[in-house]
Design a protein around this ligand. Structure first.
Ligand SMILES: Nc1ncnc2c1ncn2[C@@H]1O[C@H](COP(=O)(O)OP(=O)(O)OP(=O)(O)O)[C@@H](O)[C@H]1O
Length: 382
């Protein structure tokens, strides 16, 4: 049965707007609806400062859309309102509340100061280059991009590790389907876990997924330092660090606490996301970390039936912006059901379909990252 966008919109009228007045259709928040077989794809525009709290709205829109005749699956993404609508974007993630502070997990009992520890910038023996993957705001696909770039670097022949430093929502256990507590040897050195040929450490291995843990600044830096320096990474060409989203103090301190060879910024094409992306760039510039480039994620949707491009999120912003502000553009990753389904299923697309078009895009991005690292190294040496 052919899906009619009109009928999907009818169902979506049951979903209330972000401030619980009106409905998302009449408020004009729903993008064009792309129909792909039995699936529908669209975005809902929400105020940036509320994005973190609006996961229930996203889920409700997905559920409502699947109630329309013929719809088997819906892929809904929240997008930020344009800059004009929300001139003063607040951080997407609320700051942790002291009263909610959880237990310090066992490997992190040591005391630490708020500032980066002395020697933080010392290189980590055995690791050729440490690369941060960051985003100005949450939900832009930073973790998905991190994991696929890491696996693509490995597919290109590099020895790779990934460090999931996203304290707010560690994703690597899910994205790589790895779990369990890493063993610590008698010398206290932790053995990283391994997945698809890359070494993996995640805050998620150290805390219980069921028990949301609120981190305090010193704990974060201590945990990060431990995951970096007290883990047996062995010999690696590249260690990818999946940073927490945003550009607040925690991120800045983290960026200062790791001897980074460079940073990759992930952004969706929307204007506001780009403004946030610019904040990400500035954060790394502030701490003298070279920007390896910008990745535009969910840049467009390519219809597998007709081959047509649907720019439902306003494609092209990141490429133009990268040019304007003089940072390399690493590539554009389309919005693709397969990327989401495979990531969420624990087999990222670079592994699930290594010769497919998406894996090819990630391998090209990884090759550019590797080239840029070489160029940065040459510049530093000259
Ligand atoms: N190119 C893509 N096509 C389709 N879905 C995608 C794509 N990139 C990411 N996603 C999906 O978008 C959702 C958010 O992605 P992800 O968790 O990687 O974002 P994030 O920026 O790390 O989020 P957060 O900062 O909130 O942890 C996931 O369900 C993921 O599968």
């Amino acid at each position: 049965m052919a899906i009619e966008a009109k009928q999907v919109l009818e169902q979506l009228k049951r979903v209330k707007g972000p401030d619980l007045t009106g409905n998302i259709v009449d408020l004009g928040l729903v993008s064009d609806i792309v129909v792909q077989g039995e699936k529908v794809i669209f975005s809902v525009t929400v105020p940036t400062q509320l994005a973190a709290q609006l996961e229930p709205l996203r889920a409700a829109a997905e559920k409502a859309a699947t109630a329309a005749p013929g719809v088997a699956q819906a892929l809904v993404t929240l997008t930020a309102a344009s800059a004009e609508k929300t001139p003063d974007p607040a951080p997407v993630r609320p700051a942790p509340k002291e009263s909610q502070a959880g237990e310090v997990p066992p490997p992190m009992l040591k005391q630490a100061g708020q500032r980066p520890p002395p020697g933080a910038k010392a290189p980590v023996p055995g690791i050729g280059a440490i690369v941060a993957v960051a985003s100005g705001k949450g939900g832009v696909g930073k973790s998905t991009t991190s994991v696929n770039i890491a696996l693509a670097l490995a597919a290109n022949g590099q020895r790779v590790g990934i460090l999931d430093a996203d304290i707010y929502g560690p994703s690597m256990p899910r994205l790589l389907r790895v779990s369990g507590r890493p063993d610590a040897g008698e010398d206290g050195v932790i053995e990283p876990l391994e997945a698809y040929g890359i070494k993996v450490m995640s805050m998620g291995f150290l805390v219980d997924e069921e028990e949301p843990m609120i981190w305090r600044g010193p704990m974060v830096i201590q945990a990060l330092t431990q995951m970096l320096r007290e883990v047996n990474w062995g010999e690696l060409d590249v260690l990818i660090v999946d940073m927490p989203p945003g550009t607040g103090d925690a991120q800045l301190t983290m960026a200062q606490s790791v001897p980074l060879a460079g940073a990759i910024i992930v952004s969706t094409p929307q204007d506001l996301a780009l403004i946030d992306a610019r904040k990400g760039l500035n954060m790394f510039r502030k701490v003298d970390v070279p920007i390896l480039g910008l990745v535009e994620n969910m840049s467009m949707f390519i219809c597998p039936d007709c081959g047509g491009r649907h720019d439902i999120f306003g494609h092209g912003g990141a490429r133009d912006e990268a040019k304007r502000i003089g940072v390399p553009f690493l590539g554009e990753v389309p919005l693709e059901m397969a990327i989401r389904a495979n990531s969420d299923g624990g087999t990222p697309i670079v592994i699930a379909d290594p010769e497919g078009p998406q894996a090819t895009i990630y391998r090209e991005i990884a090759a550019k990252v590797w080239d840029r690292l070489g160029a940065e190294r040459r510049m530093a040496g000259s």
